[in-house]
Design a protein. Structure first.
Length: 249
């Protein structure tokens, strides 16, 4: 797998591939010769994306996946193994950000964030780890956030889930060293995706939409993923934090 860009021919499994960062990354990596395996609940979107990538000469597979169901995440990775014989990269990207102050008691939103942003990532790790350890190679990339480095009123549970992603990823990094695996945390600032639409409180959604006026293109994230994957096998990019140039927070 020591090709020039170290992306060509790699099988990359992406959760949350139906929009935003996941979709942009699938397009970017496929253009560089990666085989992409796309997971999300909105299967019509990932089917259309896989078809578009295939029409452009890439190899792509779409598998309907809800990351809150461990069996479905396992099935996503198993589909990659069955069709392509390996899974080189797992991009645990699916997530949601329904901000609200704790006093509004949006407990269902808290539960969904914990289920998708934390447990979904854990299920992704569980699905690839035995395989990657057996093949003594692999790369697990988990998506945190600037909110994984900071906390502010109104985004506490989201921030907690993204801090958890960083803690899990850093611990994972230390555990899997011995197996020759690579791990990367990517923490974006405001990127222009559907993420603000996951906010269930209208006044808060309005504020976040204003904050997102400075948001940058999802291709910024896709380039960060490609940078991490594209390094030679003996280089492990552990963490990338990026923001729009205009973003203070
Ligand atoms: P989008 O809302 O555009 O995409 C979110 C993706 O997650 C969708 O593909 C959605 O697919 C998927 N998803 C949500 N719930 C589930 C589920 N239960 N099972 C499977 N997939 C699910 O937002 P982004 O692209 O911005 O978000 C991607 C990641 O980036 C998230 O983890 C987010 O927290 C993180 N992030 C984003 C930032 C930004 O500014 N955009 C900043 C920092 C971090 P579907 O609904 O079809 O299942």
């Amino acid at each position: 797998m020591d090709t020039q860009n170290n992306i060509q021919g790699k099988v990359v499994v992406i959760t949350g591939a139906s929009s935003g960062l996941g979709e942009a990354t699938a397009r970017h990596l496929a253009a560089q010769g990666a085989i992409v395996v796309l997971g999300a609940r909105r299967v019509e979107r990932i089917d259309a994306l896989a078809a578009a990538l295939a029409a452009g000469g890439a190899q792509a597979l779409a598998v309907k996946t809800d990351v809150t169901d461990r069996a479905q995440v396992t099935a996503l990775v198993d589909a990659a193994l069955e069709k392509y014989g390996r899974a080189d990269v797992m991009l645990n990207n699916a997530g949601l950000m329904p901000h609200s102050p704790l006093e509004r008691l949006k407990v269902e939103d808290w539960d969904r964030m914990i289920d998708v942003n934390i447990k979904g990532v854990m299920y992704g790790i569980a699905a690839v780890l035995p395989h990657m350890i057996a093949q003594r190679a692999g790369h697990i990339i988990n998506v945190s956030s600037v909110a994984g480095h900071k906390v502010r009123p109104g985004s506490i549970v989201y921030s907690a889930t993204k801090h958890a992603v960083r803690v899990i990823s850093e611990g994972l990094r230390q555990e899997v060293k011995a197996h020759g695996l690579r791990t990367t945390i990517i923490s974006p600032g405001a990127v222009d995706t559907e993420l603000p639409e996951s906010i269930t409180e209208p006044d808060i959604a309005d504020n976040i939409r204003k904050f997102y006026e400075i948001a940058i293109s999802p291709t910024a994230f896709a380039r960060a993923v490609a940078y991490a994957i594209g390094q030679p096998d003996d280089v492990d990019i552990n963490e990338i934090l990026f923001r729009p140039t205009q973003q203070e927070y």
